[in-house]
Design a protein around this ligand. Structure first.
Ligand code: PMT
Length: 405
């Protein structure tokens, strides 16, 4: 791996460092979450300047936002002459959270009658909106048209989520959580160097059923595969994530298929890998063995149990047989520093790249946030230190881009 790709990866993970975020806050109950959002953006190294609407001040005070952002808060067109030009022109990204139906309608129609709407009209950079409102408003046809119009100009949407709403009803309309908004802002600012790639990524464990209530599985959490899906999405690829059972939150903006068994994962991979799929990443810990017979009823306790297992069909090999093949990135989960075994897997399964991880090492493998890998491809090996699974995902795609170049 070249030092320039290492630099690029680190840069992506610190993408908000020294960036200027113009945070617009409008009048919705979720405005209280924007205090946390301002703080989190600041934690990522961004300098946050807040522009609040009059209605926002009914929900949260400018002073709270001044403390959270450690910057002057703007609330009126007349706070400072030309603020509607100077604030956007120095911003790297504009984030509107919460974004009410009113501000979305104004943005979509070019209405500029207060500081925030005027800032938006004079801004030509990336804009992220986090809508928040009652579900009846969110599902209103006219609102839907406004939203679609706004998104068609390149504005990026995050949320809303379904759940309990402030009005006591349940439905879609809860503002996305601040952590997710930060993630979306980082994604919006990331260089789209995987644009045009169509990826199928697998994650998590599979479950192989002995009977309706018992299964064998493994310790995979899905963290590695989900990190790959997020990184590929952020870098512009279109992604289908096929996941075994996982407690992780589905990443936004990727196609998602949930499966349980290795047979279901096989079926789903075969259906998802089409002629135009460019990359298959197999990060899932697919069971190698499955009970030869699954009992229809709960197996009774009558003494020791001997169950014959059959080897499962290999998913990677099955995709290889399907005509035009995508670039195949597999993983090798080894118990010990057995790189030769990973290389053998790569050869036997005809993979283009294999990511070796010794799952017995501290900070590597199953259910931890970090991994320690060796990326092996047809040209050589890249040994990486322990790093977050997000960084490992970026390193894998950096190497893929290097090889393709
Ligand atoms: O999910 P986490 O908690 O974050 O943990 C991450 C991880 C340890 C699961 C991940 O880093 C990892 O190593 N995934 C691959 C685990 C595995 O099944 O390795 P393997 O060496 O047994 O298999 C080699 C490759 O063949 C893998 O890409 C696997 O997906 C694939 N395979 C395996 C069995 C099968 N029937 N079909 C397959 O295609």
């Amino acid at each position: 791996m070249t030092s320039s790709s290492l630099r690029k990866r680190k840069k992506r993970l610190r993408i908000l460092k020294n960036k200027r975020v113009l945070l617009g806050i409008t009048g919705g109950i979720a405005a209280y979450k924007s205090i946390d959002l301002a703080r989190r953006l600041g934690d990522e190294g961004a300098s946050v300047v807040v522009a609040m609407t009059e209605a926002a001040k009914q929900f949260v005070t400018p002073l709270s936002l001044e403390v959270a952002s450690q910057n002057k808060v703007y609330t009126s067109l007349f706070d400072e002459p030309m603020a509607h030009i100077s604030l956007p022109s120095s911003a790297d990204v504009m984030v509107i959270a919460p974004a009410t139906a009113d501000i979305i309608a104004k943005f979509a129609h070019g209405i500029a009658d207060d500081l925030l709407s005027t800032c938006f009209l004079s801004y030509s950079g990336k804009v992220v909106i986090a809508p928040s409102m009652n579900w009846r408003m969110y599902e209103n046809r006219i609102f839907g048209e406004n939203l679609r119009k706004l998104l068609s100009t390149g504005v990026v949407q995050v949320g809303p989520e379904r759940g309990d709403l402030a009005c006591g009803e349940e439905g879609i309309g809860r503002m996305a959580e601040p952590a997710e908004i930060v993630e979306t802002v980082m994604s919006a600012l990331t260089e789209k160097d995987l644009a045009g790639e169509k990826m199928v990524i697998t994650a998590g464990p599979t479950r192989e059923y002995l009977d309706p209530v018992r299964f064998i599985s493994n310790r995979s959490s899905g963290k590695m595969g989900y990190a790959l899906a997020r990184a590929a999405r952020d870098r512009g690829a279109s992604v289908i994530l096929i996941s075994g059972p996982s407690y992780l939150k589905k990443p936004q903006g990727v196609g998602f298929v949930g499966v349980e068994t290795s047979a279901q994962m096989m079926k789903s991979v075969k259906q998802s890998v089409q002629g135009d799929t460019t990359v298959l990443v197999m990060a899932a810990a697919v069971a190698d063995f499955s009970p030869a017979v699954t009992s229809r009823t709960k197996i009774e306790k009558t003494g020791d149990l001997n169950i014959p297992f059959r080897q499962t069909e290999d998913i990677i090999s099955s995709v290889l047989g399907a005509g035009k093949r995508p670039y195949i990135i597999g993983f090798a989960a080894e118990t010990g520093n057995n790189i030769a075994r990973a290389q053998k897997k790569m050869k036997v399964k005809n993979m283009d790249m294999v990511v070796f991880n010794d799952v017995t090492e501290a900070g590597a493998g199953f259910d931890v946030d970090t991994n320690k890998v060796v990326i092996i491809d047809r040209k050589g090996k890249t040994r990486l230190e322990v790093m977050s699974k997000d960084s490992v995902a970026d390193a894998i795609f950096d190497r893929f881009i290097e090889i393709k170049a």
